[in-house]
Write a protein that binds this ligand. Structure first.
Ligand SMILES: CC(C)(COP(=O)(O)OP(=O)(O)OC[C@H]1O[C@@H](n2cnc3c(N)ncnc32)[C@H](O)[C@@H]1OP(=O)(O)O)[C@@H](O)C(=O)NCCC(=O)NCCS
Length: 181
């Protein structure tokens, strides 16, 4: 199967997408294209490209800030005392049920990290915040996301990861893969 990873296009088929969560399905079908046009969030998709291109996974990236008190004090040592800490927002990430557990979620999250590390070279953002459904908390914990302290509701939990640690992990892997002369 030929899977491509790229930005959502208006011709992509989203009508059959079903990740098992109604609000994440509806967002992709109804709101993702509008948000992208209005620059409220950019959606990236995994598409199965036997035309027409059918979306089998997606995530939406925007910007936010984290209240300083949401992050454990020991992780803030040596950092400036700003009250709002600049961050990217992974508003949604979902994979179609028929493609669960094939690694597509992990590839989408890696793509998200890559975009964040690239953009943070030209505009400051230290963290990636994810709005996480309670059933997916342990999935995000696999990638070192921690819960943000403070207001949480039953539908969605805010978690974060420090992009500095993501960058170190990526640089470490690249160094390990580099040929030794
Ligand atoms: C959570 C989700 C994105 C994972 O995507 P995926 O493509 O199935 O995940 P991957 O194939 O990359 O990862 C598979 C691994 O994660 C584990 N996993 C999958 N879903 C999980 C979940 N909800 N909680 C904990 N672990 C999970 C699998 O058991 C598997 O583990 P293994 O590698 O040890 O076998 C997907 O199940 C999904 O879209 N769920 C519904 C929507 C949702 O909850 N989205 C996230 C919140 S916004």
């Amino acid at each position: 199967m030929d899977i491509q990873f790229r930005k959502l296009e208006s011709s992509d088929r989203t009508d059959e997408f079903d990740c098992g969560n109604a609000s994440l399905n509806e967002y992709l079908r109804r709101y993702a294209p509008k948000d992208q046009r209005r620059m409220f969030g950019v959606t990236y998709v995994a598409v199965c490209c036997d035309p027409p291109c059918k979306v089998i996974g997606y995530f939406t990236l925007a910007n936010t800030s984290i209240p300083r008190q949401g992050i454990p004090e020991d992780l803030l040592k040596g950092l400036p005392k700003y009250q709002g800490l600049p961050a990217f927002l992974l508003g949604r990430l979902a994979v179609d049920k028929t493609h669960h557990k094939k690694g597509i979620g992990e590839v989408l999250l890696s793509r998200c990290f890559e975009h964040c590390l690239t953009i943070s070279k030209v505009s400051g953002a230290r963290y990636l915040v994810a709005d996480v459904k309670p059933s997916a908390i342990t999935w995000y914990e696999r990638f070192n996301f921690l819960r943000i302290d403070g207001n949480q509701n039953a539908e969605s939990i805010k978690m974060f990861v420090d992009l500095d640690t993501v960058r170190s992990a990526v640089d470490g892997k690249a160094a390990a893969a580099a040929p030794i002369h």
